[in-house]
Design a protein around this ligand. Structure first.
Ligand code: EPZ
Length: 420
């Protein structure tokens, strides 16, 4: 297992380009299962999760070529050959569940090992199953495998009890080949859903309303391959914005969409950081004013993103004054609080609320990355903590950030990577 050794690094300065969005490219790759043609996806981030999704597509009969010089993936899906996603691939990536909708719509059957829980919650798929049943599928779950079968999916009115990102995407994909009209109400509104809908429409789907809480999908007979460039990763954007603030530095973030990070901009400015939307990108400075405490409450988009919660907890550990962090999306997403407390942050967690006292200087320590955003938060905390911080289980970080260490080092961070 590899680990990062992070030293106190002083203010980060310079410019960095954000990679394509992990949470957009994974469902987009899964959607290629529904075509018989060739698709070309550009601006693909170099991530382990992308590699796992490519393996899943190959196990289904696709020929997938990856060109990491141009960050392009080409998928040639002549005939889908399998209905079951191999367990050894599913257990490595929860996002394998995105294969359910496309496979069911294309072949009438999908068998997927139940994605396990993870450190942030037990990650149920009841809303995915509710959507598939509404479209006319039979869902059986036994021995840890979910099997969906349907001779012909039919459009339906589906209300999501919670605006689940994954369920919205899975249902939207399945509905593209259903007979008739599907309406998803209380749908998730994340930018990644809009990007997926744009790709599906290029493939010949007829989707309206993505990005709002009501999505209408008119079923079509078939879908053809398409070319698409993935949107920039808004959580990676937010991560480098926080890196500028926490190190009291000055970073220009290129290839980002400011509109996708409005809550992060607002909260950073509340803390006293300056954020300027310049022609080349977002310029974030933490070196102009004294940073102060602010409160965070995570909500579905367009609210403050749960994926930015750990990053902000690290930042709030370094400002003067106490902050409250409320996590409303996942039931157990404070594992990083204990790790930050090992560095002196002295965070108190009570249910879905964490109180970050601030003021205490962070001291380097040995810590564990419990999920990809927690890992990224510990790296940023290590950049400002006195001495050295050793972060283990960094495979979480490498699952979700393309060249994270290299990008930070180019901004002046002192980080090395060691194999355990
Ligand atoms: C997506 O996960 C993202 N992953 C997550 O990013 C992100 O944190 C999350 O959306 C919320 O924005 C990908 O897109 C690959 P949800 P997803 O379904 O789809 C409950 C990262 O760091 N729920 O919106 O799994 C669920 O338990 C990752 O990049 C049900 O109850 O999120 C959770 O409490 C982490 N039943 C809440 O909804 C269901 O059927 C939000 O989950 C589905 C979800």
């Amino acid at each position: 297992m590899a680990k990062f050794i992070v030293e106190q690094s002083g203010p980060l300065q310079g410019d960095v380009a954000v990679s394509g969005s992990k949470n957009a490219v994974l469902p987009i790759l899964a959607a290629t299962l529904m075509t018989e043609g060739k698709s070309e996806i550009n601006d693909v981030p170099y991530l382990r999760d992308v590699d796992v999704m490519c393996r899943i597509l190959r196990s289904m009969g696709a020929s997938v070529t990856e060109d990491w010089k141009t960050h392009t993936i080409t998928v040639d899906m002549d005939r889908v050959k399998a209905e079951e996603v191999p367990y050894e691939l599913v257990k490595r990536m929860r996002a394998s569940i995105f294969v359910m909708g496309p496979l069911l719509a294309k072949t009438g059957k999908a068998r997927i090992a139940l994605p396990g829980g993870c450190s942030i919650g037990d990650r149920p798929i009841d809303l995915h199953n509710k959507g598939m049943r509404s479209l006319g599928a039979r869902i059986d779950t036994e021995l840890g495998v979910v099997e969906a079968t349907a001779s012909q999916l039919k459009g339906a009115l589906i209300y999501l009890d919670f605006p689940s990102v994954g369920a919205t995407e899975n249902i939207m994909m399945a509905a593209t080949l259903a007979k008739g009209l599907t309406v998803i109400e209380n749908a998730a509104e994340e930018p990644e859903i809009v990007d997926l809908a744009n790709f599906l429409n290029k493939m010949g789907a007829r989707i309206k309303g993505a990005g709002t809480d009501t999505i209408r999908i008119e079923g079509v007979e078939k879908l053809h391959g398409a070319k698409h460039t993935v949107i920039p990763d808004r959580i990676e954007t937010g991560t480098f914005m926080v890196a500028a603030a926490i190190t009291r530095g000055d970073i220009l973030i290129r290839n980002c969409v400011p509109d996708h990070v409005k809550p992060v901009i607002a909260k950073l400015m509340e803390c006293g950081a300056t954020v300027n939307d310049e022609v080349e990108g977002l310029r974030v400075r933490g070196d102009i004013k004294q940073l102060i405490a602010t409160d965070i409450k995570t909500m579905p988009y367009p609210g403050f993103p749960t994926d930015m919660q750990a990053l902000f907890m690290a930042l709030l550990s370094t400002v003067d004054g106490a902050s409250a962090v409320i996590e409303t999306v996942f039931e157990n997403r404070f594992m990083h609080a204990a790790e930050l407390s090992r560095m002196g942050a002295n965070i108190k967690v009570d249910g879905r609320t964490a109180v970050v006292p601030g003021k205490n200087p962070l001291i380097g320590a040995q810590v564990i990355s419990t999920d990809l955003r927690a890992g990224a938060a510990l790296v940023l905390a290590g950049l400002v903590a006195k001495g050295k911080t050793e972060i283990s289980e960094i495979y979480h970080i490498e699952r979700g950030y393309d060249s994270f260490m290299e990008k930070l080092v180019s901004l002046g961070a002192k980080i090395t990577r060691e194999e355990d």
